[in-house]
Design a protein around this ligand. Structure first.
Ligand code: HEM
Length: 406
């Protein structure tokens, strides 16, 4: 009998931007293998790019906790059990199947079209410039996360939703609890409740004084009975936390990756070609793939794929950081090459849950990297890579701090 290897997502201290070596080894065994989780369960592990897209685009897979998606840690299992007991479906539509998922997602898609997002570019540029002015006027070394990578997307998503940025300490702290793998169910539940209560309060204010923001748009739906108020609050929580944690980590790690590849950094800084800037962001998204350790699904029916059958009820862990290093799609995948065509990456997922905010994230990243590199041409790390505190404990990979100087 062959033993099934343990789920091991530990990255190497010497290559903190590369996916876990144990996961890479599994890709060499095949695109679809089994993995043993802490609780003894043995879900399927998807490491192939084609299989990733096939499964994530398949209506026979579910994302709903109560249908039995794999639990990656004891804390997460406890959280899902308490959610199932309470009949809660987690944070908004990211944990719902269609048709509920589609019904709710449709209500907010128009805020994230390329046209709407492009209209936000000048304001985003203004925010980036102001943050850099402040950074340059302050002492060095400085922490890039605190000075730039966290406030930029937080300000942008606050403006879009109509959330007062003055409350940023509150919503950033609670988002960090939700996204931490080791948060206890109590901690995660309380953080979700605090955010939902806060969003509910804001919805109440928008009901009395509507503005030109996304939450006011949701209030209109509540008024006509298309949406319940708790649903609207949950959607607000989802967009608020998904809208800043992720982009923050991409700005931080992307800056680190560029500083580690000076010739690539120079190429981006000196380019006047918007196509190269766009392709650079795609490549950084592929190379860094910040969702950490896998997206989870469960098969609702038997699914034949890659010469195997995933049986109804079996769990699936889809590791997109490994799919994005699949050499059959991205030749020489461990090389950061800002000029390669990386458009087929799955850093935003794939299928019905593919990232809602991706046009916004792309625009923010284009503005963030270019502004940083052009306004601070002497930008450098102020610490050794081994001193950087990476987020090994999150569902989203990143760094808690990035000491920089200039
Ligand atoms: C670089 C930044 C970002 C990355 C890498 C990223 C990544 C992802 C991924 C991988 C998923 C799919 C999860 C799954 O299939 O289980 C997702 C979903 C989602 N993301 Fe993002 N995201 C980013 C930025 C944003 C932003 C700025 C927003 C703004 C609101 C956002 C909102 C969402 C939402 C609402 C979903 C759920 C979509 C659904 O279930 O239909 N994300 N994101």
């Amino acid at each position: 009998m062959t033993t099934i290897p343990e789920y091991d997502i530990a990255r190497q201290a010497t290559c903190p931007l590369d996916p876990a070596p144990a996961m890479r080894a599994r890709q060499e065994e095949g695109p679809l293998t089994r993995v043993r989780l802490w609780d003894g369960s043995t879900p399927w592990l998807v490491t192939g790019h084609a299989e990733h897209r096939a499964l994530m685009g398949d209506p026979r897979v579910s994302v709903e906790p109560m249908r039995g998606i794999p639990r990656l840690s004891p804390a997460e299992a406890a959280s899902m059990e308490s959610m199932t007991k309470e009949g809660s479906r987690g944070i908004g539509f990211i944990m719902m199947d269609d048709p509920d998922h589609a019904r709710l997602r449709r209500m907010v898609t128009s805020a994230f079209t390329i046209k709407r997002v492009e209209a936000m570019r000048p304001a985003t540029q203004g925010i980036a410039d102001e943050l850099i002015d402040k950074l340059l006027a302050g002492p060095k070394p400085a922490d890039l996360v605190e000075a730039f990578a966290l406030p930029l997307p937080s300000l942008v998503i606050s403006n879009l939703l109509g959330v007062p940025y003055d409350d940023h300490d509150f919503f950033q702290a609670n988002s960090r609890i939700i996204i931490n793998r080791n948060s206890t169910p109590e901690q995660r539940g309380q953080a979700q409740q605090r955010l939902a209560g806060y969003l509910d309060g804001l919805l109440g204010e928008k009901l009395a004084n509507p503005g030109d923001d996304l939450l006011s748009g949701l209030v209109e739906r509540v008024k006509v009975g298309e949406l319940s108020r708790p649903e609207a609050a949950q959607m607000g929580v989802l967009m608020l936390f998904a809208g800043h944690e992720t982009t923050t980590n991409m700005i931080t790690l992307g800056t680190l990756a560029l500083l580690q590849h000076p010739e690539q950094l120079a190429l981006l800084r000196e380019s006047d070609d918007p196509k190269l800037v766009a392709s650079a962001v795609e490549e950084l998204l592929r190379y860094l793939t910040i969702t950490h350790g896998g997206l989870r699904r469960v098969a609702l029916e038997d699914i034949e794929i890659a010469g195997q059958v995933i049986k109804a009820g079996e769990g699936i862990v889809v590791v997109n950081e490994i799919a994005n290093r699949d050499p059959s799609v991205f030749p020489d995948p461990d090389r950061l090459d800002l000029q390669r065509n990386a458009r087929l990456h799955v850093a935003f997922g794939y299928g019905i849950h593919q990232c809602l905010g991706q046009p916004l994230a792309r625009m923010e990243l284009q503005v963030a990297y270019l502004t940083l590199l052009r306004r601070i041409p002497t930008l450098a790390l102020a610490a050794g890579v081994e001193q950087i505190p990476f987020k090994h404990d999150g569902f989203v990979y990143g760094a808690y701090e990035l000491p920089i100087t200039w």
